[in-house]
Design a binder for this molecule. Structure first.
Ligand code: ATP
Length: 221
């Protein structure tokens, strides 16, 4: 259980509380901080520790020993000033990894300037993901490895039912590779030419965005 990493989440609105609860599910210790007593009371059972306090107060962050946390998530959106102040304080107090939510590009740019290590744009990014999934019906999920490369999970269309990887030959035809096939009875990692696709399988494909798009459109029903 990876319980040694200590997380603090500042701002327990919809985004912050969801991050905090999910980290708890992964077995981590999570301190949740929110200025609202009511929100803190609601989450006191769900998180390891909860504190009702204004996190823009440097003394509060010092007293909580914020510098001892491995990762601090600043999850405040509507009060941009508070979000930036808290991010600066966390970095100044020596937190190694500060992750902050941004509501606009400008907010994100300021967070970047003050040294925030990772900036998340939940609404923008979820909008992009939903649009990509709607535009590519077989796309179940994807990870962008860089601007150019993606790993995509694609459901196998009926057209490919019973087709071997040798017949499909995605590497030669489209430039992308199938690195795993998720079948109902288990996952085949690094499948060989003799492995066969079935309609309910999920194939994990790696390649450039263009290669994956070309492959997806060529095989879709
Ligand atoms: P959501 O994640 O729900 O979309 P949001 O982006 O609208 O949230 P806010 O509602 O502004 O963000 O803030 C999230 C939480 O942060 C709220 O519960 C609020 O009480 C808390 N918060 C705001 N300012 C501070 C502060 N200075 N110190 C501690 N908590 C704060």
């Amino acid at each position: 259980m990876p319980s040694q990493t200590q997380y603090a989440v500042i701002g327990l609105g919809r985004f912050g509380s969801s991050v905090a609860k999910q980290l708890m599910k992964h077995g981590y210790q999570v301190l949740g901080i929110d200025e609202s007593e009511e929100i803190v009371d609601d989450l006191s059972e769900a998180l390891t520790h909860t504190v009702a306090a204004d996190a823009t107060d440097e003394d509060v962050l010092r007293a909580l020993g914020i510098r001892n946390f491995d990762v601090v998530v600043v999850a405040i959106g509507s009060d941009i000033q508070a979000s930036i102040l808290i991010a600066i304080l966390c970095k100044d107090l020596g937190v190694k990894k500060v992750v902050a939510k941004a509501v606009t590009e400008l907010h994100g740019r300021v967070l970047e300037k003050v040294g925030v290590d990772r900036i998340i744009y939940p609404e923008r990014d979820m909008g992009i993901r939903v649009a990509n999934q709607l535009a590519t019906p077989n796309l179940l999920d994807y990870i962008e490895l860089s601007d150019k490369y993606t790993i995509a999970e694609l459901s196998v269309p009926s057209k490919l039912d019973g087709v071997t990887l040798k017949d499909l030959d995605p590497r030669a035809r489209y430039g992308c590779s199938i690195v795993a096939i998720n079948k109902t009875d288990g996952v085949i990692i690094a499948p060989t030419a003799a492995d066969t696709l079935q309609e309910r399988d999920v194939m994990v494909v790696i390649g450039t965005n263009e290669q994956i798009e070309r492959f997806e459109h060529a095989v879709e029903d």
